[in-house]
Design a protein around this ligand. Structure first.
Ligand code: AMP
Length: 277
């Protein structure tokens, strides 16, 4: 496994790769969710490239950029075991050259849900993903449904800017008790870890109501708010039942819908979602 710290090194490695290249972009502190993406890329593509980069432009002021968990040595050991071909592990200065002033912005679907609570977040995501696509030139790129809105935003980016990249969506990997895996789970105290189960519990409740025939968007949202209200450590950022494509809030569910939420457990902000169809 090769490790590239610079764009030039990554480009040289890429030029030596024949066949399809699969890219898995990450912020590191890898868990089984990330590794499920890597394993699928390993099966489908001739070469697998993983990027590890805590991208400062997708964090707002006062968010957790500085304290975001990092352990590159452990990450590299995990990726070596998955027989990854190359890891791009650049510095901030390498990806954002001094004096840079170019950003990539997707309008519309970035203005709801996460976009309301994290202004500028998706501009940071789409800018860094566009850079990674240019540098690595993958045939496919793998993203988790855990970040459902991000997935829609990336699909739009690829379509609008004609990137020749197939976006592959992968299911959310969960802990045995239902908590969606996330690097940010490392912040949780044991008591908060228990409280964090309200996210998956609320979504499961909505899923059960939907399966029993409930099609009223507001009643589904209210059911999730009720579950979260029972947990004193939890505070809702948003609870949503929206169209699975446009992310517009639904009064009545007719096609596939996305139930999603963002909840603060103490100082830790967690997101999760399920598709209702
Ligand atoms: P991150 O390192 O959090 O930026 O995540 C990198 C990629 O892994 C993104 O495409 C995420 O959606 C995906 N991912 C994160 N957590 C999970 C999970 N629990 N299951 C599946 N994919 C995930």
């Amino acid at each position: 496994m090769e490790v590239a710290a610079t764009v030039a090194e990554m480009r040289a490695l890429r030029r030596a790769m024949a066949g399809d290249v699969g890219l898995v972009p990450t912020m590191g502190y890898l868990h089984e969710g990330h590794l499920s993406l890597v394993r699928t890329a390993r099966r489908r593509d001739d070469h697998v490239v993983v990027s590890i980069f805590v991208n400062p432009t997708q964090f707002g002021p006062g968010e957790d950029f500085e304290r975001y968990p990092r352990d590159p040595e452990r990450d590299l050991a995990l990726l070596r075991r998955e027989r990854v071909d190359a890891v791009l592990l650049p510095s901030v200065e390498e990806l954002y050259p001094e004096g840079d002033s170019t950003f990539v912005e997707v309008a519309g679907i970035t203005e709801v849900l996460e976009g309301v609570h994290r202004p500028g977040h998706f501009r940071g995501v789409t800018t860094v993903v566009a850079k990674l696509f240019h540098i690595v030139q993958p045939r496919r790129a793998y993203f988790g449904r855990k970040d459902a809105q991000q997935l829609l935003v990336i699909r739009k980016l690829v379509r609008d800017l004609h990137f020749d990249v197939e976006v592959v969506a992968m299911p959310t990997v969960r802990e045995p008790d239902g908590l969606a895996m996330s690097s940010r789970n490392a912040y949780l105290s044991p008591r908060e870890r228990e409280a964090a189960l309200v996210l998956s519990r609320a979504l499961r409740g909505a899923g059960e109501l939907f399966a029993a025939g409930e099609r009223d968007g507001e009643r589904l949202r209210a059911s999730m708010r009720d579950v979260i209200a029972q947990e004193p450590l939890a505070q809702v950022d948003y609870v949503s039942v929206a169209d699975g494509e446009t992310l517009r809030e639904l009064d009545r569910l007719e096609g596939p819908a996305l139930a999603s939420l963002a909840v603060r457990i103490g100082a830790v902000r967690l997101i999760d979602n399920v598709t209702l169809e």
